[in-house]
Write a protein that binds this ligand. Structure first.
Ligand SMILES: [Zn+2]
Length: 183
């Protein structure tokens, strides 16, 4: 056999994955060929070194870092949930306050008609003071009423959508800030 043994064959021989005949041929070539013998020895030494090397485990602190990352992710999720709860909570709280105020106001006005008169007067005076504003508001409402219903609903719908997107962006930003927190 005059052709040298390929590196692949040496590797297979070291792993004992050659057929008995191939193994015998390789051994025979190795005894008579210093070039292949040298390569074989080199691979053999390398193979022994790999076998003796301890198993490569995770870097020190890997588990701790992983746990920390997990905790941060959980905290971020809690923050997101907290934001949603806060929003819905504050919305319902303010509607409750407005409702209670309305009930109190109505009962107070019906109990004090004279006071109610001055309140109305005050409101009228306020309206006069803020006339440019009320005119603008009336024009705006009139304009809204003149818009065909589909256009109005589309406009309102896209407005709501934009609000939702802004809210999502805010939540996302808050979440990103939370997960970037050290410690
Ligand atoms: Zn050879």
């Amino acid at each position: 056999m005059h052709t040298h043994i390929s590196t692949e064959q040496i590797s297979l021989a070291l792993d004992r994955r050659l057929s008995p005949q191939e193994q015998a041929d390789a051994r025979e070539h190795l005894t008579g060929c210093p070039t292949c013998r040298q390569e074989w020895d080199a691979w053999h030494v390398l193979g022994n070194r790999f076998a003796q090397a301890p198993l490569i485990g995770p870097a020190p602190g890997f588990v701790q870092r992983f746990e920390k990352r997990l905790q941060q992710r959980r905290a971020a999720r809690r923050g997101l949930l907290g934001g949603v709860v806060l929003l819905t909570g504050s919305v319902s709280l303010w509607s409750l306050i407005a409702l209670v105020g309305l009930i109190f106001g109505v009962s107070w006005v019906s109990a004090h008609p004279a006071w109610a008169g001055s309140v109305v007067q005050f409101a009228v005076r306020l309206a006069h003071t803020l006339q440019p504003l009320t005119v603008t508001l009336r024009l705006f409402i009139n304009g809204l009423l003149q818009i065909p219903t589909p256009v109005l609903s589309i406009t309102l719908g896209s407005g709501l959508l934009i609000m939702a997107v802004i809210w999502a962006q805010l939540v996302n930003w808050q979440r990103g800030r939370l997960s970037a927190l050290p410690g």
